[in-house]
Design a protein around this ligand. Sequence first.
Ligand SMILES: C[S@@+](CC[C@H](N)C(=O)[O-])C[C@H]1O[C@@H](n2cnc3c(N)ncnc32)[C@H](O)[C@@H]1O
Length: 205
Amino acid sequence: MTADVLAAKTRVFDRWAPNYDGLLTTVFYQAIHQRLLSYINLPRELPTAVLDIGCGTGKLLNRMASQYPQLQGIGLDLSPKMLRQARQGNCHRPRLIFVQGASETMPFADNQFQAAFSTISFLHYPNPKLVFMEISRVLKPDGQFHLVDYTPLVGLGTQQNIVGLGGPMYFYSPQQREILGASAGLRCHAHYSLLGPVLLSIFKA
Ligand SMILES: C[S@@+](CC[C@H](N)C(=O)[O-])C[C@H]1O[C@@H](n2cnc3c(N)ncnc32)[C@H](O)[C@@H]1O
């Protein structure tokens, strides 16, 4: 089941990739990225390894690399065509690289990253517990995970099937996020509203 969903999501995002950074998405996603960065505090003087899970066209990592001159980032995404856009728009080579893979089976070593991020990607994951386990595995012992996604839309429940987005999408309340994190040994220590229903939840390893 998971493999079928991942294949369908890949097809959808491959199709969307050439137009993903159009005006509407650019304004919306970039506003979210900008607000997210106001809540993070990474070391400026030390090399810091960060991971962007479901990185899409790589805009968040480019913004972070501009702000943090020592940052070394890896973007992970299912969609080869999203990754092609990310590589073409990479302003910080070789500090940023973009890798194909699934959030459910990350091609990274244990304890590799100081911080991990996921912006508007987690809602697509058919097996969220598995993804949290992977995040917990790849984070260093003092690492942090920043989850940015929609909370449940009033009246629509926690799961929606939206035609054209390759299958179900899942929306988690603050409490559901805390439970998911705890199941993988990640403690949620804050939630911040970023834009409308988009909520940032910060987890510590
Ligand atoms: C709406 S886009 C968000 C992209 C980017 N994070 C941003 O803020 O603009 C969702 C991204 O998640 C990726 N994605 C969806 N499911 C995934 C999975 N299971 N593993 C890795 N990437 C996934 C998609 O390919 C797509 O690029």
